[in-house]
Design a protein around this ligand. Structure first.
Ligand code: NAP
Ligand code: SF4
Length: 674
């Protein structure tokens, strides 16, 4: 008897039976734009081998004007069809099924040719769209249905028509973006004409025995969004038009409510999908922040949906479904929803990968092959870099000893997991602990390694991490000054706090201090109140009429930095706004361009600008140092003196702008080559 009876139940679509209820949701990885179709095929085939029920590709443009950015991949020509066929054949050979997402970006298309129902610029693009005329609308319908026909020709098992997230079809549905007065605008019947017509024409183009998923926006989270009554009307019309599955879309890209970040509660929007259950007869898929088989199983068991969509979890572990089915759920590398290597890369024009799994999207390049000659390898430091190196080395057949001076593994991850909204880091540490035991790494905790302990190994890897940088402010030693590590480990902190340093850790510490022990990510109803999310059946678009209603902050916090720019600029591309908004809601003040003059009785004396003008005393009961880090390389010098060769990785190698992504990637790449 499986632990996951709902998740692993087959789903009969009439012409095809999916082996389980797991959809790998669409992700734009930028792989398609490389033109390396062998690599793209291997990426998807790896996930198919892992047992996922159905894969949906990253969004493919139906035409040039609808591409997310100029040069976005699509299905435009016979050459494209041949390329896509490489993918579908490889996935089918691996026993999988794959649908192609057709994504018309409308006014979100990052280019001057973009088109939309009305000429209203989006707040997340500099390009005002052209308003389409009747012929222009017909062209878009033809292009989308032609793309669907081509997808069938290329061997796909279906298509997903992207109708949510504020893209083209979604833009027709709501007055926020559709001010037309012809038959494509005005009444809801008119506004939904385009998505319904598109599904009808797509169905006509592909025939009956082909999956047509329609991704429907269930909760827009923008002003003037759809009511739930309208959503249900659309869902029924789309079903009648020929859709075989409805997939949930949550929030427009321009929404000011986080929908997939790590601070969003797990399965935090499944309740919205549940509202659609019973309103249509075709299967309904739920999505967003579902990252373990237990969460997925619970969502299905509670009747929230017929199927779950997970996207990023398939970057973290392509074998998610196989491991769950084999009772090896604890071995699934967890997606911690950080966006650091996936969406931040996608939006930064880089190829996506995964913080937890550096092989994601690099399957053809980063091979983990059995070692030709097993060696005895010592890894010093069980933070992210050391853990990653140790695991990959052990997987390759090396005998690995992992030495850690603390009494537990995890390094800086143990600090991250204490930050409200970063609870997922606990899962990552737990996974590492399980894997270290499973692959038979010898773990020596609670003892600092020295040259004597490292003699006799064939290879030594130093992953000794970082030490907090000392900003050396006058009077610091005598004042109420704490390091970020002390604070996150629970040291007593006063009511008024000045934080020195506004990098990732300064922001995290501010969040920790204003929350005062609360974890709203673990309390979905609280979280929705804080971010102003309402039931779309009661409030248009699911935006609470009174807006966000955050709890009063537990402390008065001032976040400081020396650079004269806006604090938080260096935070994650897709998550930085959430951290800034969250701290703003908690009335954290931020100040750039300051000089730290001295810690004095009553607080921290600062001045402003290069001329050290306007000195002032910032009143503070506690001053917390978050001034970056330096490499911890004490052991390196000792090993050099003893003539023991070593490899340096992680923060011990380069501390500047170190994050777990770089540490894990560097550890894996070194171990793959040892
Ligand atoms: P960081 O991002 O490099 O920030 C260090 C801060 O300290 C900056 O605000 C810097 O600003 C200040 N600083 C540097 N030298 C100083 C000095 N001598 N005296 C006083 N202030 C000084 O480093 P971090 O905050 O320690 O974070 C480390 C890494 O962890 C980051 O690179 C980040 O990638 C990662 N991280 C990421 C997240 C995330 O949300 N993605 C969260 C936590 C950590 P000024 O020089 O302008 O004063
Ligand atoms: Fe998940 Fe982070 Fe990996 Fe993206 S980078 S897939 S969010 S763990």
């Amino acid at each position: 008897m499986t632990q996951y009876p709902h998740l692993l139940a087959p789903l009969d679509l009439g012409h095809l039976v999916l082996p389980n209820r797991v959809l790998m949701g669409s992700m734009h990885t930028n792989l398609e734009e490389t033109g390396d179709w062998n690599r793209i095929a291997e990426f998807y085939a790896t996930r198919a081998r892992g047992g996922v029920g159905l894969i949906v590709t990253g969004g493919m443009a139906p035409n040039r004007e609808g591409g997310v950015f100029p040069g976005a991949a699509g299905l435009f020509s016979p050459v494209d069809i041949a390329n896509h066929r490489l993918v579908t054949e490889r996935v089918h050979d691996a026993g999988g099924r794959i649908a192609m997402q057709i994504l018309h970006a409308g006014r979100y298309a990052y280019g001057p040719e973009c088109v939309a129902p009305s000429a209203i610029k989006s707040p997340i693009s500099p390009f005002p769209p052209k308003e389409l005329d009747e012929a222009g609308i017909e062209k878009q319908i033809v292009d989308i249905s032609t793309a669907a026909a081509r997808a069938r020709e290329a061997g796909y098992d279906g298509v997903e028509v992207m109708g949510s997230e504020g893209y083209f079809l979604n833009q027709f549905l709501v007055r926020h973006t559709n001010r037309r007065e012809d038959r494509w605008g005005g009444s809801y019947e008119n506004r939904m004409r385009l998505p319904v017509e598109v599904v009808k024409r797509v169905r006509a183009a592909v025939g009956r025995d082909f999956i047509v998923i329609y991704r429907i926006s269930l909760i827009d989270l923008v002003p003037d969004g759809s009511t739930f009554e309208e959503v249900v009307t659309l869902a029924k019309a789309v079903e009648a038009a020929g859709a075989s599955i409805l997939n949930s879309g949550i929030g427009w890209h321009e929404a000011r409510v986080p929908t997939i970040a790590t601070s969003v509660p797990r399965a935090g929007f499944a309740w919205v999908t549940k509202k659609l259950m019973g309103k249509v007869t075709i299967p309904v898929i739920t999505s967003n922040r579902i990252n373990t088989p237990d969460v997925a199983e619970a969502v299905l068991a509670e009747g929230c949906a017929d199927m779950v969509s997970m996207a990023r979890p398939f970057l973290a572990d392509p074998e998610f479904v196989r491991k769950a089915a084999e009772g090896r759920g604890a071995e699934i590398a967890p997606c911690i929803a950080c966006n650091q290597a996936c969406l931040d890369h996608t939006f930064g024009g880089k190829i996506s990968s995964c913080l937890v799994n550096p092989r994601a999207c690099h399957e053809t390049e980063l091979g983990i092959e059995p070692a030709a000659e097993p060696k005895r390898i010592a890894v010093v430091g069980a933070g992210p870099a050391g853990l990653s190196a140790a695991l990959v080395a052990a997987e390759r057949g090396h005998r690995v000893t992992l030495l850690e001076k603390a009494g537990e593994i995890g390094g800086q991850l143990n600090l991250a997991k204490k930050v409200p909204g970063k609870e997922e880091f606990q899962g990552l540490v737990d996974w590492y602990a399980g894997e270290v035991a499973r692959v038979g790494i010898e773990l020596r905790l609670g003892r600092a390694a020295d040259a004597a302990a490292l003699a006799g190994f064939d290879a030594v890897v130093l992953a000794t991490g970082v030490l907090p940088r000392d900003p050396e402010i006058a009077g610091q030693a005598e004042g109420p000054v704490l390091g970020y590590g002390d604070v996150l480990r629970g040291a007593e902190v006063g009511r008024r706090v000045a934080i020195v340093g506004a990098g990732g850790i300064g922001f995290d510490v501010a969040e920790f201090l204003v929350e005062g022990g609360r974890h709203v990510t673990l309390q979905p109803a609280e979280w929705r109140r804080e971010w102003g999310v309402a039931d779309p059946a009661e409030a248009r678009g699911g935006l609470a009429p009174g807006g966000p209603r955050p709890e009063a902050p537990a402390r008065e916090v001032l976040l400081l930095q020396r650079k004269a720019e806006k604090p938080g600029r260096g935070l994650g591309k897709t998550t930085g706004w959430i951290h800034r908004a969250s701290l703003q809601m908690k009335r954290v003040r931020m100040m750039g361009g300051v000089n730290y003059e001295a810690v004095e009785p009553g607080g921290l004396r600062i001045s402003h600008g290069p001329g050290r003008e306007r000195p002032e005393l910032v009143e503070a009961d506690t001053i917390v140092l978050c001034a970056g880090q330096e490499p911890a390389r004490g052991l390196a010098a000792e090993l050099e003196a003893a003539g023991i060769a070593f490899h340096l990785i992680g923060g011990a190698d380069v501390a500047a702008e170190l994050d777990a992504k770089r540490a894990i990637d560097q550890g894996a790449r070194l171990a793959a080559a040892l």
